[in-house]
Design a protein around this ligand. Structure first.
Ligand code: ADP
Ligand code: MG
Length: 430
């Protein structure tokens, strides 16, 4: 392959979605077992599942579909695409966390990866033990790891917590350590998934600097981000994925232009990172929130009286699974402030009593009673009565004035925010 270090040929990944059940088992690699944690592993041993063999509700889903490309030594490749495009799946296959369904990959060199929070580290082990475990997985000797140890700890700023199990780390600490490990254990190929979405701005800068340094040393860097500024600064070329397919591979600036034009029409600006919309107490479990129209398509502009759906996806990642996930929605008007709020608990919606690792929850509102104007929405995630996460002001939508009454007149726009659909009567006349 000359200077080609990664060759991806007709790569496809099929997921079987088995009714709220994350299918695992045959394809699970050793690393997956390690990173899954002792708890879930032992519960699996204790409770063998019967459902899988005879489940009629299995649905096939292609997260990656016939993707081929080559990456050369020293390339700095950005991978962009909307949520669900298949970016993380691709990185997991390249990191050998997951097996492809079809196609193959050929990789020359030692890969270190920093994937989504929740993979790569063993929650029960301390920071120190995880550094050694990851080094060992990378094929390094104890002496080699030891040489890098202080550098990793200093970069991650976790000296005080080295002997604490990483499950007790805040998400910021966790990511700092995970990044430091991946970026310092001298991989030949460094794979980083959305690390900039977590952690503070200063650390993000530090990570980017470190990735640049790794690239300057002639190593190959593969980097997923929604921050086009970061992609633009770091990447020498870009791969754009769209619904599991390779939509573009080439010039970074051109890829970014296409991504913004084609994929982000009427959408949130890419700079809008979730992290900027959460308070400091929040555990970053909500991975995506969207406003959908009656065709279940993401939308931000609706006619009066439209049916609107608020969608929230969470993933408990490295945190304990949620027993009773509660979704809350609060709507604000740009001038009038907070208008209303509602949640699954108050309205008597019951989850099924399982422990949820991840889920997408919908709040469907029929004929939303709002006049034309601009609204923002807070989405809240709880576990029973406990606050877990919230994104305040990230989502927004607009109601357009329309001739909803069929009279050629739109409702007043200077009459507050509540939209009424009255029935008029004259009951006494003379
Ligand atoms: N373990 C899984 N089981 C079922 N579906 C999955 C699994 N992992 C990812 N998916 C689905 O595959 C698609 C691609 O996911 P992902 O690679 O995480 O996208 P991205 O990182 O681009 O947002 C999504 O629709 C996601 O819901
Ligand atoms: Mg992803």
């Amino acid at each position: 392959m000359s200077d080609t270090v990664i060759r991806v040929e007709h790569l496809s990944k099929k997921y079987i979605i088995a009714h709220q059940q994350k299918k695992k088992g045959s394809n699970q690699t050793l690393r997956e077992l390690i990173t899954d944690g002792v708890k879930s592993f032992s519960s699996k041993l204790l409770k063998p599942t019967k459902e899988n063999s005879l489940n009629p509700d299995r649905e096939e889903f292609w997260a990656l579909n016939d993707v081929s490309f080559e990456i050369k030594q020293g390339d700095r490749v950005g991978i962009i695409g909307r949520n669900g495009a298949g970016k993380s799946t691709l990185l997991k296959i390249l990191s050998r966390i997951t097996e492809p369904t079809n196609g193959r990959i050929v990789i020359k060199g030692r890969v270190a990866s920093l994937l989504e929070v929740g993979t790569g580290f063993h929650g029960e082990l301390t920071g120190r033990e995880n550094i050694y475990l990851n080094g060992a997985i990378l094929g390094m000797s104890k002496a080699e790891i030891k040489r890098k140890f202080d550098e990793i700890v200093a970069f991650a700023e976790v000296e005080k917590f080295l002997d604490t199990p990483v499950k007790r780390y805040s998400s910021g600490m966790y990511v700092r350590l995970a990044f430091a490990v991946a970026a310092h254990l001298e991989p030949e190929i460094l794979i980083v998934d959305e690390v900039l979405a977590v952690g503070d701005a200063q650390f993000q800068k530090k990570c980017l600097g470190r990735m640049e340094k790794v690239a300057e040393e002639g190593k190959t860097v593969i980097f997923v981000s929604h921050q086009m500024a970061a992609i633009s600064n770091l990447c020498s070329s870009c791969i754009m994925l769209k619904s599991g397919k390779l939509a573009f591979h080439g010039n970074t600036q051109y890829a970014i232009k296409r991504y913004l034009e084609v994929d982000h029409q009427n959408q949130q600006e890419p700079e809008k990172e979730l992290i900027n919309f959460r308070p400091s107490w929040a555990k970053p479990l909500i991975t995506s929130v969207r406003v959908l129209d009656s065709d279940n398509r993401e939308n931000s502009s609706f006619p009066l009286g439209a049916d609107i759906t608020f969608e929230m996806t969470f993933n408990s990642g490295n945190y304990p699974k949620l027993k009773t996930p509660v979704m809350g929605v609060v709507i604000h008007h740009e001038l009038f402030g907070t208008l209303t709020g509602v949640n699954t608990r108050m309205t008597g919606f019951e989850t099924n009593g399982k422990y949820y690792n991840s889920a997408t929850m919908l709040c469907r509102v029929k004929h939303i009673p709002l006049l034309q104007g601009n609204y923002t929405v807070d989405i809240w995630l709880g576990d029973g009565a406990i606050d877990i996460d919230t994104l305040t002001g990230y989502l927004s939508f607009r109601i357009e004035g329309t001739d909803i009454y069929g009279t050629g007149r739109t409702p007043f726009s200077n009459m507050g925010v509540i939209f009424l659909e009255p029935k008029w009567q004259i009951i006494s006349e003379s």
